[in-house]
Design a protein around this ligand. Structure first.
Ligand SMILES: [Zn+2]
Length: 431
């Protein structure tokens, strides 16, 4: 099938005006001028999106599909008050509620142009939904446990869960990973064990890291907002507190919990931390709108990029974001950078688009398969309609980060399957 549009944006190279992409089975076979491909493949069926851009699908490097039901109902007075509220509301949901919630998240993701997710799965139903959704991704089995006496049980349960999921997703577009939630919800001995275990089983790992000032105070000083009411509510107040004197990044490194992980947020990081992140081959899932909503600060993205660290974009969940798409994250970065010169230089419109696609794929270790439109890469691509006539690549980059919104998405294809076309969900149809 030929997919044609006014612009094709491969991301790894310059945009093609009046171009087409040839998709055969699950792969991109060619991209070129439309006239050339129509001449070479005269019998090939074609969808011509006309005034639109065809580009690689967005890679959401940090999401929680299961949390989609929550919505940003209450403005948080602090990070701790938000997370407490989330836990309280979580306890009212049945497994069926979690599944419906994840289904909502997957559907919203598809309509927003996301084709691949690094999704944190807390309860389990989210993994089934991810596998059935037609989306590509990694489902990270989340671990939360502060009681060291339970570590053996936790590892046994995790091992069983991961094995079951691997069987379930064999042959699908979904892989299994592990996510120790954070330094303030997983005990240090378990973090050490998880790091070694994941490495031994070659599983990708994702962790929330250096998100809030409360986390830094908890790790470094053994005090702050994550100590009092929070620990009491969770029944963790009798577990010993440690003032490590270290930043979250340094502490995670000391526990062996950092090598090659995808670290979500990384807001509270200094220059020394960034050198450690680079040294340990950590990729950052940058979640600008969630960070802004939770008022945890701005991640030093220009510096992270300056250190050569892979930075992908993430929405986090609908408990701290307004939608599940990356166009909103891109626009947020674009608007914020006008106030910050360093960030403006590091994050040009073209670079923002790369962060949402190819860099995100790199962060998830999938850039050999997806993230750009290249011959023999997977056919994970989307079309965004353009509301104005665009005459140059630079105008196109600028339009995509400034003007495009989730309503601009008119087509979503993952591995050659059309998941969404012209505002109609069509299920998994092979082209
Ligand atoms: Zn998160």
């Amino acid at each position: 099938m030929l997919l044609s549009a006014k612009w094709i944006m491969p991301v790894n190279g310059d945009p093609i005006e009046d171009g087409s992409v040839l998709v055969r089975s699950d792969k991109v076979e060619a991209l070129d001028l439309r006239a050339t491909l129509v001449r070479s493949f005269p019998d090939e069926p074609e969808i011509d999106f006309q005034n639109a851009v065809i580009m690689p699908g967005f890679v959401n490097t940090h999401s929680h599909l299961e949390y989609s039901v929550f919505g940003r109902a209450v403005e948080p007075s602090s990070f701790t008050s938000w997370i407490l509220q989330l836990i309280k509301r979580s306890r009212q949901l049945s497994l069926e509620d979690w599944e419906n919630s994840a289904r909502l998240g997957a559907s919203l993701s598809i309509k927003s142009g996301v084709t691949c997710l690094g999704d944190i799965v807390s309860r389990g139903p989210g993994f089934n939904v991810l596998c059935e959704s037609g989306l590509r991704g990694i489902g990270f089995a989340e671990v939360i446990e502060m009681d060291t006496a339970r570590n053996d049980d936790v590892m046994a349960t995790l091992s069983q869960r991961v094995e079951g999921w691997q069987e379930q997703c064999a042959g699908s577009l979904v892989k299994v990973g592990v996510s120790p939630h954070s330094l303030y919800t997983v005990n240090p001995l378990l973090l050490e064990r998880l790091g070694k275990w994941a490495k031994g089983h070659a599983l990708p790992v994702s962790i929330h890291l250096a998100e809030s000032r409360e986390e830094t105070a908890f790790v470094r000083d053994g005090r702050g907002g994550l100590v009092g009411e929070y620990r009491e509510f969770l029944g963790w107040d009798h577990f010993p507190l440690r003032a490590t004197g270290l930043t979250p990044v340094r502490y995670a490194e000391q526990l062996g919990a950092l090598d090659g992980v995808i670290a979500a947020h990384c807001v509270q990081v200094n220059a020394e931390d960034m050198a450690v992140l680079k040294d340990r081959n950590v990729a950052v899932a940058h979640c600008p709108r969630s960070n802004s909503f939770l008022r945890v600060g701005n991640a030093p993205v220009a510096d992270l990029l300056g250190h050569g660290i892979s930075v992908g974009l993430g929405t986090d969940s609908l408990a701290s974001n307004e939608d599940m798409g990356l166009l909103g994250e891109m626009k947020h970065i674009y608007l914020a950078k006008s106030k910050n010169k360093d960030s403006a230089q590091a994050f040009t419109p073209r670079k923002i688009i790369e962060a949402a696609t190819l860099d995100g794929a790199r962060a998830l270790g999938m850039d050999d398969q997806i993230g750009s439109l290249e011959e023999y890469k997977e056919a994970d691509l989307i079309a965004l309609k353009l509301s104005v006539r665009i005459t140059s690549p630079n105008e196109l980059f600028e339009y995509c980060v400034r003007e495009a919104c989730k309503g601009s998405v008119i087509f979503n294809m993952v591995g050659g399957n059309i998941l969404f076309h012209q505002r109609k969900s069509v299920g998994k149809d092979r082209v």
